[in-house]
Design a protein around this ligand. Structure first.
Ligand SMILES: C[S@@+](CC[C@H](N)C(=O)[O-])C[C@H]1O[C@@H](n2cnc3c(N)ncnc32)[C@H](O)[C@@H]1O
Length: 268
């Protein structure tokens, strides 16, 4: 199982859902009694759910360190998405965000969500193969695409699942009611936040890339190709820092997320 750090999750979720909650409308949060957020991590989605719903929200994750961060927003319970520690029909909405793309058998997890839900099951999943970057540093978009391709090649789960979660829902005996798209856009521009400065430093030292080295090497990338990529990456990072010093640097990243909502299939 891939592990996620608290800083990675707060960096990549920064501002998510602050600009628009339209894609969450089919969850009918205003009329929910009990919601379970599976794979809640640091509680970035739980925080939104609890703000928009009068019902009780519970966060659940296998990682106890992340759960302790989520516990500042909602009550939490340690548990595995494939064997949720709750009786049948305990919630009227079971939802996850960026969980299924990390699981070997997403449909099996959705079946377990359906067991503990009396009404809706929803998945908010990205299409990580369709991320778009626009940067004032020419090489940045090209190198990020190269690194992303190498990373995705080494990941053995469906990282583009967001764009088409229907078959996983149907395999779990869930009727898909609707799918909505939400583009999570993160912009870096002057004045630069502390997060943006740290991210630029991690580019210049190659630290960000090094976190994904093992995954990249388990795909098609060779050690020599990784070293070559790392050299270009660090050079690009130094240019980012130079442009920040003269307030010229700007960057826009758009990650498409898809909110798929399903209901337990009616037999007969
Ligand atoms: C990419 S993070 C997403 C966290 C959070 N939902 C968010 O959007 O910020 C994936 C999360 O799924 C959790 N996870 C992975 N496998 C799991 C499993 N089998 N059962 C429960 N949680 C799991 C990880 O610990 C991690 O917190």
């Amino acid at each position: 199982m891939r592990e996620f750090s608290e800083s990675y999750l707060s960096r990549t979720r920064e501002g998510m859902w602050d600009d628009s909650r339209r894609a969450l409308e089919p969850l009918a949060l205003g009329s929910r009694d009990r919601i379970l957020d599976v794979g809640c991590g640091t509680g970035e989605l739980s925080r939104v759910l609890t703000a928009d719903s009068p019902g009780e929200v519970i966060g659940c994750d296998v990682d106890r360190d992340l759960l302790s961060a989520a516990s500042q927003y909602v009550p939490v319970v340690a548990g595995d998405a494939f064997r949720l520690p709750f009786p049948d029909d305990s919630f009227d909405l079971v939802v996850c965000q960026a969980l299924l793309i990390n699981l070997p058998e997403p449909a099996a997890a959705l079946s377990e969500f359906a067991r503990v839900s009396s009404d809706l099951v929803a998945a908010i999943e990205p299409d990580n193969a369709a991320v778009e970057i626009d940067s004032s540093v020419d090489a940045e978009g090209r190198l990020e695409r190269r690194a992303r391709r190498a990373y995705l090649d080494g990941v053995h789960t469906d990282v583009a699942l967001g764009a088409d979660a229907r078959s996983a829902f149907e395999a779990a005996d869930l009727d898909v009611l609707t799918t909505r798209r939400y583009d999570h856009v993160r912009t870096v521009e002057p004045p630069y936040s502390e997060t943006a400065v740290v991210a630029a430093r991690r580019k210049a030292t190659g630290a960000g890339l090094a976190d994904d080295r093992e995954t990249m090497l388990s795909g098609a990338l060779t050690e020599t190709e990784y070293d070559d990529l790392r050299g270009s990456w660090r050079k690009m990072g130094r240019t980012v820092i130079e442009q920040m010093e003269t307030q010229e640097y700007h960057r826009k990243e758009a990650v498409p997320f898809f909110v798929t909502v399903g209901q337990i299939a009616q037999s007969g």
